[in-house]
Structures are given as C-alpha cells and as structure tokens.
Design a protein around this ligand. Structure first.
Ligand SMILES: Cc1cc2nc3c(=O)[nH]c(=O)nc-3n(C[C@H](O)[C@H](O)[C@H](O)COP(=O)(O)OP(=O)(O)OC[C@H]3O[C@@H](n4cnc5c(N)ncnc54)[C@H](O)[C@@H]3O)c2cc1C
Length: 425
C-alpha cells in the first residue's frame, strides 16, 4: 500500500526495500508507457500511477473508432516529422531513441501484431483497441505498478530532495521522481498547477476540426467525397491536399482535418471565420486547365457536358459545379460559350467558401498547446527548470495530424522519460 497521509509528512524513498519512487501523473497512453518501461528497465523503482478519473486508458479505448490507430507505417524520420504541426524538431531528435519501428517491435514482443491499412495507419490485427489496453494492463500487473484512481493532482511542491504531490481530496504523497503525463487540457486555467512550479504554457486551442459553412448550398451534397482536392486558406500559406468530404454542416475529410491542424492557432485568432479555396482538380491550375478544356472539347465535342465529366469527379458534384457556373447541362461540349467555360475553370481551380465556425472531429480530437518545449530536454524529457521532474505525451506543446501520430508521440516521449528515470539512481 502507499504511504499516504493527510497531515504529517514522512520520508520518501522509504517504501519497502528503500528503492526510489516514481509517481506518474495520468493513466493514459504516455503515462502507462512511461510506467511500464521504467519498471522493466529498473526493477528497484517503486512506481505509482495516479489517475484523476475512474477510468484508465480511456482515450486508447475509444481511439481510432474503437480500433486504436497505434502508429503509422512511416519509417523515415524526415517524413514523420512533417506530420506534427507543433513539436516537429523536438520530436525529430526524440525519434532517434524510440521510433515507429520500435513501437511495432515493442507490441510484437508482447504478442500484439499490428497491421497496416492502405493509407499507412496501423492497428492491432485484432481490430480492437481492447488488445492494446489489455497489453498495457498486463505489463502494469506484471511489474506490480501501483495504480491510484480518482486522484487528481492539484499541486506539486518541491522538497529539499524530491517532490510532494497534493491531491484534490486533501491527501498527499512524496516521491523522488515525477513524470507528468496528464494529456492536453482545453482550458489554460487547467495548467495552473504546472505553471505554479515555473513552467510556461502555450495556451491550448483545438486541433483537428471540420469547417462549418452555414447555409452554403454545397451542404446539399452531404456524404459526397472528392477523392483528391487541394484546399487553401485565403490570405495564408496554409494548403493541404487529399480527400474532402462534404457534410451537412460544411466540409470534413483528411484534407480539411490536416488544414485545421496546421492552422489551429491562426484560425483560433480569427475566431474560425475565414475563406477556404478549393481546387477540385489539383493536377491543374487555371492556365493548364484551359489547355485541357481545348482538348476535351475536341475529343468529345458532340457529347453533353453533363454526361461527360473529364475529371472523374462524383457526378452530383460535377452537376453542382456546372450549375454554379451557370451552364445548361444539356449543352454539348462543342457549344460551351467561352464566358461560361472560363467561369467553370475558375470554379474548378479556385472555388471559394466562407467558413464560419468549426466542429470538433470526435474521432481524433487533440489540443494544440501545453508545456513549451524549450523548457524540456528532448534527450530525457526532464524539465530544464526542475530536477527529477519529467513530461511526456500531449501535456507538452506537441501534436500531430490524424493517422496514429499522436499515439506515437505518447510512446516515444513516454519511453524516453522512462529510460532517463530508470537510469537515475
Ligand atoms: C476520441 C479520440 C480518438 C483518438 N484516436 C487516436 C488514434 O486512433 N490515434 C492517435 O494517434 N491518436 C488518437 N487520439 C489522440 C490520442 O488519444 C492522444 O494524443 C493521446 O491519448 C495522448 O496521450 P496522453 O497519455 O498524453 O494523454 P491522455 O490520453 O489524455 O491521458 C492523460 C490522463 O491524465 C489524466 N489526468 C489529467 N490531469 C490529471 C491530474 N491533475 N491528476 C491525475 N490525472 C490527471 C486524465 O484523466 C487522463 O486519463 C484520439 C483522441 C480522442 C479524444
């Protein structure tokens, strides 16, 4: 049992045989990974994991639509870091210690095989996140890691050697090492207990959201997917390419989600009011598309424009774009007036949509913001301000786009913190 108290302090490091104590704050992916790896690397450590809620690994359970997108089949560090709107250069150095290949191997060694889907996302072959939860729980049990639930850390106090944790229920605990793995918080005030020990917090804003276009007629096409479009935020350098899903409230799909992640901070400043410019045919710009139109008019001159869609766009979308350009769908390609052709070309290449508001993408919501990375040593995940205080996972100002990159951040940084703590005797 833990040495807990409500009033009298006691000596830390006095747990059982005198080994040092590590308290991990947060029972999510990063906290579990830190705890179990530290236990394996240094069996003399006494490890306690504290979790404020009554549930462990809750995000792992619901992640990836209940299948847990554990990591991504990306084996180049240079390509990998392009997936992190915040924290890329920090993680580039961290990945040298624990990369996607190590994640695959780590789970394999524990009997969990991962499979790769066509888009590179990796899931357990069982197709259920329960496999990942079970694996991590087995490790915790194997190493006798103590777990305290419904324990919310409210404050950290520095002692002459080590730390004291104060919980919301007025109890406390002393320890040699702390690893903060408390995840992202949506409100700045929730970081106050970490700011009080001197750390700086980049204010949190949502990342990975979809765009609201209230009243826009395109929403009538809800459910339609354009397989490859490029999307751009007007007046910025933000641009992305990929599938786009039209929804009943606006636009979603990988191209939009990626754009939202890269633009998270900028779009929050604008209160989610901006213009998005869609190129429905990203292989072309207005000039090259004009040349293509000459060719199409020649090749299929006698065919009706509505029947002959040369860009393989979904038929309903093609009809909608023709309507937007004021083109009579009965017209033959050969008879398309120059003015209407030019309008269609403009719509195909630079279709503008007013965005007003966002909707959080429930499947893989993350927050941008957290402890600033300049205050954390990427070699160890230790605070540069306080000795024996470590961070891992989303509590830091790191976040990735969808596809398994956020869990890879948790595994990598959890492992590095574990290794550093385990070696600190
Ligand atoms: C619905 C959903 C689906 C997702 N799917 C995927 C996916 O498939 N692939 C992917 O890569 N990413 C996914 N993500 C993102 C991913 O889940 C997170 O990036 C990841 O869980 C972060 O891990 P973490 O351990 O840092 O934080 P968390 O998982 O948030 O864990 C932090 C824990 O700390 C606890 N805690 C917080 N404050 C305190 C405190 N003061 N005292 C004690 N305990 C505290 C919290 O209750 C929580 O249990 C998804 C996110 C969501 C919400």
């Amino acid at each position: 049992m833990l040495n807990e108290y409500t009033s009298e302090p006691h000596n830390f490091s006095a747990f059982g045989d005198g080994g040092k104590r590590l308290v991990v704050i947060g029972g999510g992916a990063a906290g579990f990974f830190c705890a179990v790896n530290a236990a394996k690397m240094n069996p003399s450590l006494k490890i306690t994991l504290v979790e404020k809620s009554g549930k462990l690994l809750s995000k792992v359970s619901v992640s990836g639509g209940g299948r847990c997108n554990v990591t991504h089949a990306c084996f180049s560090m240079a390509d990998m870091v392009k997936k992190y709107p915040r924290g890329a250069s920090f993680l580039k150095k961290a990945f040298h210690q624990f990369f996607t290949t190590d994640t695959i191997e780590w789970f394999k060694e524990r009997g969990v095989e991962l499979k790769t889907e066509a888009d590179g996302r990796m899931f357990p072959v069982s197709n259920t996140s329960q496999t990942i939860v079970d694996c991590l729980m087995q490790e915790v049990n194997k190493y006798g890691i103590e777990i305290l639930m419904n324990k919310e850390v409210k404050a950290l106090n520095k002692l002459s050697t080590g730390w004291q944790l104060l919980f919301s229920n007025e109890t406390s605990l002393e320890t040699d090492f702390i690893c903060v793995a408390s995840g992202g918080y949506p409100k700045s005030t929730q970081f106050e207990w970490l700011q009080k020990i001197g750390h700086t917090v980049e204010s949190p804003v949502p990342s990975l959201f979809t765009f609201n276009m209230p009243g826009n007629p395109i929403t009538a096409l809800m459910g339609i997917v354009a397989e490859n479009v490029s999307v751009k935020i007007a007046g910025t350098k933000l641009t992305e390419q990929g599938p786009l899903l039209i929804t009943h409230w606006g636009m979603s799909g990988p191209a939009i989600l990626k754009l939202s992640a890269w633009g998270a901070r900028q779009l929050a400043v604008n209160n989610y009011k901006f213009t998005v410019i869609v190129n429905w045919v990203p292989a072309y710009n207005e000039q090259t598309l004009k040349d293509k139109f000459q060719q199409v008019r020649f090749d299929v001159a006698a065919q009706k424009i509505s029947n002959r869609n040369p860009f393989l766009l979904p038929q309903r979308l093609w009809s909608y774009l023709l309507q937007q350009a004021g083109i009579n769908e009965e017209i033959r390609w050969a008879d398309l007036p120059a003015k209407e052709q030019n309008k269609l070309i403009k719509i195909l290449c630079t279709h503008e949509f007013a965005v007003n508001g966002k909707t959080t993408f429930k499947e893989e919501f993350v927050t941008a913001g957290g402890i600033v990375l300049s205050e954390i040593d990427y070699n160890t995940m230790e605070s540069k301000l306080e000795l024996n205080l470590f961070f891992c996972g989303e509590v830091m100002d790191t976040d990735g786009v969808t596809g398994g990159f956020n869990f890879q951040n948790a595994w990598t940084t959890g492992f590095i913190a574990a290794k550093a703590i385990a070696g600190r005797q």
